[in-house]
Design a protein around this ligand. Structure first.
Ligand code: IPE
Ligand code: MG
Length: 221
């Protein structure tokens, strides 16, 4: 979800103003996805590298996550949204971790759509965590080579299909450590739109572009 800062700057507002409006975009895009029958929406909210931002901005984002959980869980229950936070959660404050766990537990039975918020997430970190889990689980019994399916089964996203469409806002043409394993065959859509301006109409444009792609998964046709 890129471009919050630039969106705010355009309006001569502080960066956090953009993050706040960006949270509104998540709400709009989630609603539109649910209505369109999309089963999984995965958003990149905070990377393992984002700790390097100014303290005030990091604190604001942490506060925003916690506020959103407080305000939205009732609505998510009503609209059948399973909410999960994926990433190295243990580096968050105990308070936020508690909130996250409670919200995930409460919404885990919801079936309409899964909203995954990737926080303190890095694609490389996820693969390293998966490999460590595999090694840990194999300490007592040797089971031969590690296969692709073993890595898949230990990713944070183990219960989800690989994404079909990766949307990159604010015209950034790089992957920035997002879902490195899972996007092997994802269709990438880049738009100049800053994330706070990305709403239903922009989502539909992205899906329409996706529908015109020919997906071959490495085969001839
Ligand atoms: C939001 O956009 C990404 C988050 C980490 C929440 P940015 O904060 O990266 O916005 P730009 O790139 O400065 O415009
Ligand atoms: Mg950015």
């Amino acid at each position: 979800m890129d471009g919050n800062g630039r969106w705010a700057k355009q309006r001569h507002q502080p960066r956090i103003f953009g993050h706040k409006e960006g949270a509104e975009s998540v709400r709009h895009v989630l609603k539109a996805c649910a209505e369109l029958g999309v089963k999984y929406l995965t958003v990149y909210a905070f990377s393992t590298e984002n700790w390097g931002r100014p303290r005030a901005e990091v604190d604001f984002l942490m506060g925003l996550f916690s506020q959103l959980i407080d305000r939205e869980v009732t609505e998510l229950m009503k609209s059948g949204v399973k909410l999960q936070f994926l990433g190295r959660l243990h580096q968050f404050s105990p308070d936020l971790q508690d909130k996250i766990r409670t919200a995930m537990d409460k919404t885990k039975g919801n079936k309409r759509i899964t909203l995954s918020v990737m926080v303190n997430y890095g694609g490389r970190a996820e693969i390293v965590d998966a490999l460590n889990e595999i090694v840990e689980s194999r300490k007592l019994k040797l089971e031969g080579r590690i296969e692709e399916k073993d890595v898949q089964a230990h990713l944070y996203t183990k219960d989800m299909p690989d994404p079909d469409l990766l949307i990159r806002t604010a015209n950034e043409m790089r992957v920035s450590n997002f879902l490195l394993w899972q996007i092997a065959y994802a269709e990438i859509y880049v738009t100049e739109t800053f994330w706070p301006d990305f709403r239903r109409e922009q989502l539909i444009a992205a899906i329409e572009a996706y529908q015109k792609r020919e997906r071959r998964f490495g085969k001839l046709s």
